[in-house]
Write a protein of this length. Sequence first.
Length: 348
Amino acid sequence: MNGEFIEALREIVKEKGISEDLLFETVEDALVSAYKKNYAKVGGNAQNVKVTIDRDNGEIHVYTPKQVSEEVLTVNEISLEEARKIDPRYELGDIIDIEVTPKSFGRIAAQTAKQVVIQRIKEAERKVIYNEFIAKEYDIITGTVIRKDKGNVFVDLEKIEAVLGPNEQMPGEEYNFNDRLKLYIVEVKNTTKGPQVIVSRTHPGLVKRLFELEVPEIYTGVVEIKSISREAGSRTKIAVYSNDESIDATGACVGPKGMRVQNIVNELKNEKIDIIKWDKLPEKYIANALSPAKVLDVEIDEGSKSAKIVVEDDQLSLAIGKEGQNVRLAAKLTGWKIDIKSKSQVSK
């Protein structure tokens, strides 16, 4: 190695954000292994060496420590007489680093150093990408569909490919090459092959983040999202609330001429969205959650956290919803078990 190589290392340190000391130490450790592999001697002391790299000119030196002894019995010892030829100040028991750099070590050292540096660059790049995406976990991101394989959709996030698994895909949604999608980052894993990003189109968090992007009042905290229940591709219920009485939480989410919620509906390929007003009183909250059905009466049991609902006869099918979807989403939204009966069923 030479000065040019050292300069190249420093450029890598600067560009990739790798610690300079750590990089040099790693290369030195790798050179120790290379020396032991190529120059080990039977009964010798090649297993007890250290390697140093001159940080300025790139010169490599291999040293083996020897103890100053009266009688030299092993290769790990040196006589006092020999030691004092090196430096007259040495005494018995001192440890001296004796240079044992082989003439042919330069080529092996350069090859080893290159391999280590390449590996370190890969590790550093993976770390940078991991740190960037772990900071975006549970957030929304835009990606481009690049391919499909075994039910998975692979999405380009510029610096990394993300995986949209079968369970994270919206029912009936097509994913074609070059389609741009808004995705929710469910999880970022640091694997042996590098960072892995798991994204979703079905997660309720996607709806939450879309509302935060579209509704300034939610982003600033004036309007709060209290709960979301979702059956992706079909219907979502979202409960919102504002501490400021002058702010209409549901109106803010709907937006002027319904534009805010319509933008979200368009992004979710016409998924229906019910915006519900949250209330601290369970009776009111549950009644609101069953929208668009109108509720006549709510009777709650705190112990079992269940509610009995009464609606007009012509509202029963609306309150229950197609295949029970409306009441199912309302129960999930509120956290209460809900039993719905019509007025005529109750009066019998």
